[in-house]
Design a protein. Structure first.
Length: 184
């Protein structure tokens, strides 16, 4: 009986120690490649852009990582809001952001998912539109290195989110239909 009680106590202690952790990402940092792309595509035509609503599809995906717990890639906001702020950063640094512009981009994060096992990747599916065009959908698959341990793998998931968003913005800007968003 004492052995069973000790075993139960040990099991409970291990469960508490190995309990869920929330893995968070770092704040967004701009991509020089994206800023230059914005300058080449927008600034050359002397147009400025503002951002409208960026929303997330209702069933866009859950961000639980192994038995480690949730991955919080956008502390205090939705993933769509994180993408909007990232996009705004790129536009601002390229000197084409103007909150009073006649051109307004909006977006919907259709799905978001990741794999923390090899091959590890983020997949972001996003629809961008404007008040001048119905827009288009892009999907970015961003690969990254994983780890055998749940803690290391989930940390890598969180740290790979910002470069995945940079890649998403690059896909949006590099799409041949981007000019329709700003020119109509």
């Amino acid at each position: 009986m004492k052995k069973l009680a000790a075993l139960s106590l040990l099991s409970a202690l291990l469960f508490v120690i190995a309990g869920c952790e929330t893995t968070s990402t770092r704040p967004y940092t701009s991509s020089t490649k994206n800023v230059v792309m914005v300058q080449n595509k927008i600034k050359a035509s002397y147009e400025k852009i503002k951002l409208g609503e960026f929303k997330q599809a209702e069933n866009s995906g859950s961000l639980l990582c192994r038995l480690n717990g949730p991955v919080d890639v956008s502390p205090g906001k939705s993933q769509a809001e994180f993408i909007k702020e990232a996009f705004q950063t790129e536009l601002f640094l390229a000197q084409v952001y103007d909150p009073t512009s006649d051109i307004e981009l909006s977006g919907t994060l259709n799905s978001i998912k990741f794999s923390s096992v090899s091959p590890a990747y983020w997949t972001l599916n996003f629809t961008i539109s404007s008040n001048k065009s119905a827009g288009y959908t892009v999907e970015t698959v961003y690969p990254f290195k994983t780890s055998f341990s749940a803690f290391g793998a989930c940390r890598n998931v969180a740290e790979a989110f910002t470069p995945a968003v940079q890649a998403l913005i690059s896909e949006i800007l590099g799409n041949p239909n981007f000019s329709e968003l700003v020119e109509g």
